[in-house]
Design a protein around this ligand. Structure first.
Ligand code: NAP
Length: 352
């Protein structure tokens, strides 16, 4: 990608899109097209056609999507399949019509069969039934991959795709009910710490008053209420990738020369997509312990084993991405530290 090339980031305000914009800017790309949904609704075929005709982007990152958790996927399956198919149909087709040099489509690891062997390799696509709760979303993502592959085969385009594992980082959704496991843990531990500190302050004041009356020393390192409840047994294993690492991986693929990318990603029937993860996983208990340490909460963890655990393990095989010359660089602890700092400055401080 040339530093002054016209680059369209679709979905630039989202978790993934904003990380891509940070990477592009820090690497010196200056000619970015970043329309918001209010300026360009990507589900509208005519508007997308007009946008491409006017702006003629040379490179496209397709990170716009209707995204949500299990509840949203279950409640709005029609929206998940329709909106995602519409966005990707419009952007991928216009990219072909206007000669886009390279397009990167963002998929998700939910494309793999529910019972896929672990770690999951790219070849496991379409080898079994999907997880029923997000099947419409996963089918749209699979259609996106197959669209890239079909356009490459028929028209010689260079459309590739990445399947990131669970992402986290600055700009994440920390909603108390519908956020992913890591931001949910960060929020819960932070709130528990704030309560703990308030209680200690109060007890500290009281203990001083009591000391002045009784002269008995009181210490308050912890109280019985200082605990955080975590759903499930704590034993399921999850893989997590820091969002700026994800953006680095995407940039790596967009910056690789055609000679390097073609043998691996543009040689049908080899898949035109690649897993993007760390290839390492941790238990929910280990994850919670790391968040507790980063946040600085000194109470205990309580696992509520009456609540469902979900899939026991979901880990990507990342050897293909390693062969393409990229490996993640941000450790889980450092990533959680950065994310917690962002949360404190941007969410907790504003009372969100
Ligand atoms: N987050 C993860 O853990 C994760 C993991 C693997 C893969 N991915 C993939 O990465 C992609 C982006 O996910 P994300 O987490 O960044 O989601 P996100 O934070 O919800 O961002 C999605 C972006 O798309 C925009 N958008 C939605 N509908 C649009 C439309 N009709 N026209 C124009 N823009 C539209 C949204 O705009 P508004 O905010 O204004 O609606 C938002 O900026 C998705 O394809 C997802 O599958 C994410």
């Amino acid at each position: 990608m040339e530093k002054n090339a016209k680059i369209f980031v679709a979905g630039s305000k989202g978790l993934v899109g904003s990380a891509l914009v940070r990477q592009l800017t820090s690497r010196g790309y200056t000619n970015l097209l970043l329309p918001e949904i209010s300026e360009l609704d990507l589900t509208c075929q005519q508007d997308v056609a007009d946008f491409f005709a006017k702006e003629k982007p040379e490179y496209v990152f397709l990170a716009a999507a209707k995204v949500g958790g299990i509840h949203a996927n279950n409640t709005y399956p029609a929206e998940f399949i329709y909106l995602n198919l519409a966005i990707q149909n419009n952007v991928i087709h216009q990219s072909y019509l206007h000669g886009v040099k390279r397009l990167l489509f963002l998929g998700s690891s939910c494309i793999y069969p529910q019972l896929a062997p672990q770690p999951m390799k790219e070849e496991y696509l379409l080898t079994g039934l999907l997880e029923p709760t997000n099947e419409p979303y996963a089918l749209a993502k699979i259609a996106g991959i197959k669209m890239c592959e079909s356009y490459n085969r028929q028209y010689g385009t260079k459309f590739i795709a990445v399947m990131p594992t669970n992402l986290y980082g600055p700009g994440d959704n920390f909603h108390p009910e519908n956020s992913h496991v890591l931001p949910a843990l960060i929020r819960r531990f932070h709130e528990a710490k704030v309560k703990q500190e308030a209680r200690r302050k109060e007890l500290g004041v009281k203990s001083k008053e009591q000391r002045s009356l009784t002269t008995s020393p009181l210490t308050h390192d912890s109280s019985p209420g200082d605990s955080v409840v975590i759903w499930g047994s704590g034993t399921p294993r999850r893989e997590l990738l820091y969002v700026d690492d994800m953006a680095g991986g995407c940039m790596h693929l967009m910056e690789l020369s055609d000679q390097h990318i073609a043998p691996e990603l543009l040689s049908y029937p080899k898949p035109c997509f690649v897993n993007l993860g760390t290839g390492e996983d941790v238990t929910i208990r280990e994850l919670a312990e790391t968040v507790r340490a980063v946040v600085g909460f000194s109470g205990s963890l309580v696992f509520d084993a009456t609540k469902p655990d979900g899939t026991p393990r979901k880990l990507q095989d990342v050897s293909r991405m390693h062969r393409l010359g990229w490996k993640h660089s941000v450790s889980l602890e450092q990533g959680i530290r950065n994310t917690y700092e962002w949360f404190v400055e941007n969410r907790a401080a504003k009372g969100d």
